[in-house]
Design a binder for this molecule. Structure first.
Ligand code: NDP
Length: 361
C-alpha cells in the first residue's frame, strides 16, 4: 500500500502528552453510536469523535418508518438523539471534532483531531459513513427532506399515487426506480445518456416496467417548488431545449461517496473508496482497526444494518483488545507483534469475549 503523504501527521506534532484511550470511534451515525454503546457497556470507555454532522445521514431525513421498535415511525434526528443518549448513558465520551489525520503504522495508533489535537488509541473503530452525491442544483438542498431525497427505501412510501422522478443511470437508480413503482403512480427516470449503465438485468426490468418512463439525454437544471417539490426543469443535452416536468418528489441516485479520504494510504479500500473488511467481520487491513456502517457497505446502506455492524465492530475490538493484552492495562511489546488472529477466530462467540473483559458494575 502506498502511503498518502499529503495526509501524514505533521512531524512537528508531539504525542508525548497525548490522551490515550482503549477505543476511539471515528464518526457518529447509527454504526458509531452502536459501537460506542457496546464498547461502553464493556467498560472500554470509548471516545467518539463525531465529525461535522453528529448523527450522520439520518439527521437530514424526516420520518424513519423502517427502524424496528418504532411503530408509527420516528424522525431521523430524534432517532439519532436516542442513539446518542443511550451511548452516553453507559459512559461513552462523545466529543465534537473531526479526525483529520491518522497513523496506523505503529501502536498505539495515532490520530489528530481538528488538525491540532493528538490522540492515542489502542483500537480504532471507523464509522465515518458515506454521503449521497447530489447534483448541486440551486433548490435541491433547500427542498431536501421536503420532496427531495437520496434514499428511495427511506422515503418512497411517502409518495403514494404521486408522480416521481429519479435521476441517474446506474444500478442504484434502476433499483430505486423499481422500488418507487410500488408507491408512485408514475416514475420518470432521467438520465444524461441514451442508455443505462446499470447491469443488464436491472436495466431490462426498468425498460419493461409500465410505470417507468425513461427520459434520455436529459439533465435536471433545477427543482421547482416553494415548500415542497412541484416539478423539475429539464434540459435536453443534445438540443439544449428546456421544459418543465410536473412531479411531487425527486430522488437523486447518482452514487454515494464513502467518507474515507482521511484513511487513503492507511487502510485498504476498493476502487470507489469503501473500506475493505474481512468477510463476516469488521476487521480492516490493519490489526486493531475496525470498520462498520456505510463506510464499508455499499450494498445495504440502512440504519439497521449500520447499527448491526457497529455492534460487531465493538465486539471485534473488545475481543482483539483482550487477545492483545490491552484490557486491564496488561500491555507488552510481544503482544503488539503477536501473529494476527486467523479469520476463523473472528467468529469467537460473545460469551467467550465477555469472559475476557471486566464485568460491568
Ligand atoms: P454509479 O456510479 O454506478 O452510477 C451513477 C449514475 O449517476 C451514472 O449513470 C452517472 O451517469 C450518473 N451521474 C453521476 N453524476 C451525475 C450528475 N452530476 N448528473 C447526472 N447524472 C450523474 O453509482 P450507483 O450508486 O448506481 O452504483 C454504485 C455501485 O454499487 C455500482 O458498482 C453498482 O453496480 C453497485 N450497486 C449494486 C446494486 C446491486 O447489486 N443490487 C444496487 C446498487 C448499486 P453516467 O452513466 O453518465 O456516468
Amino acid at each position: 500500500m502506498v502511503m498518502d503523504t499529503t495526509l501524514s501527521i505533521p512531524d512537528t506534532l508531539s504525542f508525548d502528552a497525548a490522551e490515550r484511550h482503549s477505543v476511539v470511534i471515528v464518526g457518529a451515525g447509527p454504526a458509531g453510536y452502536t459501537a460506542a454503546l457496546y464498547a461502553a457497556r464493556a467498560n472500554l470507555a470509548p471516545v467518539v469523535f463525531q465529525g461535522l454532522q453528529p448523527g450522520g445521514q439520518l439527521v437530514t431525513t424526516t420520518d424513519v418508518e423502517n427502524f424496528p421498535g418504532f411503530p408509527g415511525g420516528i424522525l431521523g434526528p430524534d432517532l439519532m438523539m436516542k442513539f446518542e443518549d443511550q451511548a452516553r448513558e453507559f459512559g461513552a465520551d462523545l466529543r465534537y471534532g473531526t479526525v483529520t489525520h491518522v497513523d496506523f503504522s505503529q501502536r498505539p495508533f495515532r490520530l489528530v483531531v481538528d488538525e491540532t489535537t493528538p490522540i492515542l488509541a489502542d483500537a480504532v473503530i471507523v464509522s465515518t459513513g458515506a454521503s449521497a452525491k447530489y447534483l448541486g442544483l440551486p433548490n435541491e438542498k433547500r427542498l431536501l427532506g421536503r420532496g427531495v431525497s437520496a434514499c428511495a427505501t427511506c422515503d418512497g412510501a411517502f409518495f403514494r399515487n404521486q408522480a416521481l422522478a429519479i435521476v441517474g443511470g446506474g444500478d442504484t437508480a434502476a433499483e430505486e426506480a423499481l422500488f418507487l413503482t410500488r408507491f408512485a403512480s408514475k416514475v420518470y427516470l432521467i438520465h444524461r445518456r441514451g442508455e443505462l449503465r446499470a447491469s443488464k438485468i436491472m436495466a431490462e426490468r426498468v425498460m419493461v416496467h409500465d410505470k417507468i418512463e425513461p427520459i434520455w439525454n436529459t439533465e435536471v437544471v433545477d427543482v421547482l417548488g416553494e415548500n415542497g417539490v412541484e416539478g423539475l426543469r429539464l434540459r435536453n443535452v443534445e438540443t439544449g431545449d428546456e421544459r418543465d416536468l410536473d412531479v411531487n418528489g425527486f430522488f437523486v441516485a447518482i452514487g454515494h461517496q464513502p467518507n474515507t479520504s482521511v484513511f487513503k494510504g492507511h487502510l485498504e479500500m476498493d476502487a470507489q473508496g469503501y473500506l475493505s473488511t474481512r468477510p463476516g467481520s469488521t476487521y480492516t487491513s490493519i490489526e486493531g482497526v475496525f470498520a462498520c456502517g456505510d463506510v464499508q457497505d455499499h450494498v445495504y446502506r440502512q440504519a439497521i444494518t449500520a447499527a448491526g455492524t457497529g455492534c460487531m465492530a465493538a465486539i471485534d475490538a473488545e475481543r482483539w483488545l483482550a487477545e492483545h493484552g490491552e484490557i486491564d492495562g496488561v500491555r507488552t511489546e510481544t503482544d503488539y507483534h503477536a501473529a494476527p488472529p486467523e479469520a476463523s477466530t473472528a467468529q469467537t462467540n460473545v460469551a467467550e469475549v465477555s469472559k475476557a473483559v471486566p464485568e460491568a458494575p
